[in-house]
Design a binder for this molecule. Structure first.
Ligand code: NDP
Ligand code: 8X3
Length: 253
């Protein structure tokens, strides 16, 4: 097999990450897949290999700085030269006002969505800087641009992703490294199942009465950002379902 560019997708065990990995493989990338659920990663790796792309599955927790360094900081040849990092791993836990929410949920969201993203950036940036090329796509959210009641810390974590991405775009300018964000509205994935601690009925209600985005819709945007000509940086794509006008305006019938 002829080797293509190398992409890492974090959080590839479901939803947007899984769909993005498949689209990037179809676009010619070799894939490094990460997430905590090893069996799902292996199953996806097999699907990607069936598309005649090389694939490496690395199960680890993005919150664990040492594990991220160990896995992404010392990649074996021929995986060492990362062209694209898609920082997608993320979650929301709970939907409560600050006065009724758990500190443990706050820590999980900040540790995953913000610090986990930073761990992954720090692991791949030395190589990108040495090669004077590379691209980081951070999965933000409409929650990185607006807030809504009970979204407090999840929104704060995605506002942090936006701020970090804008700052990194300036810091990495001299190194020829592109930084982009994709900012989806409501996407039907396991996101709400995780937010509501496995409550399937409550999770499915989020997506009833309108057509939400699919993981594939967002993966299309990620593929578009990744495959733009080298001199073009799509800085951000805000992508919403037709039925959504803001975090607070969703037309349900
Ligand atoms: P899913 O729950 O389907 O996917 C989340 C992915 O993140 C899983 O692969 C999960 O893997 C991974 N993940 C979570 N925590 C960790 C961790 N500590 N270490 C490693 N991987 C982790 O949700 P989505 O696909 O919807 O979410 C993907 C991204 O999109 C998130 O950043 C989310 O905030 C963002 N987003 C989602 C929207 C939506 O409406 N669905 C809208 C806007 C943004 P595993 O559990 O195996 O570790
Ligand atoms: C996920 C979309 O509206 O639940 O980022 O915050 S929302």
């Amino acid at each position: 097999m002829k080797r293509g560019k190398i992409a890492i997708v974090t959080g590839a065990t479901s939803g947007i990450g899984e769909a993005a990995a498949l689209k990037l493989a179809a676009a010619g990338y070799e894939l490094i897949l990460t997430g905590r659920r090893a069996e799902r990663l292996e199953a996806l790796a097999d699907r990607i290999r069936a598309q005649h792309r090389h694939c490496l599955a690395l199960p680890f927790d993005v919150r664990d700085e040492a594990a991220v360094k160990e896995n992404l900081g010392n990649l074996p040849e021929p995986w060492a030269n990362i062209d694209l990092l898609v920082n997608n791993a993320g979650l929301s836990q709970g939907l409560n006002p600050v006065h009724d929410a758990s500190m443990s949920d706050f820590n999980t969201m900040m540790d995953t969505n913000v610090k986990g993203l930073l761990h992954c950036c720090q692991a791949v940036l030395p190589g990108m800087q040495a090669r004077q090329s590379g691209h980081i796509i951070n999965v933000s959210s409409i929650a990185g641009k607006e807030v809504y009641p009970n979204g407090n810390v999840y929104c704060a974590s995605k506002h942090a992703v936006e701020a970090i991405s804008k700052s990194m775009r300036m810091e990495l300018l001299p190194f020829g490294i592109k930084v982009s964000t994709v900012s989806p509205g409501l996407v039907e994935t396991e996101f709400s199942l995780v937010r509501f601690y496995g409550d399937e009925a409550r999770a499915s209600q989020v997506y009833q009465g309108y057509q939400p985005l699919s993981a594939d819709d967002v993966a299309d945007a990620i593929q578009y950002i990744a495959t733009a000509p080298e001199h073009v940086n799509i800085a951000d794509i805000l992508i919403l379902p037709k039925a959504q006008a803001s975090s607070m305006h969703v037309l349900k019938r």
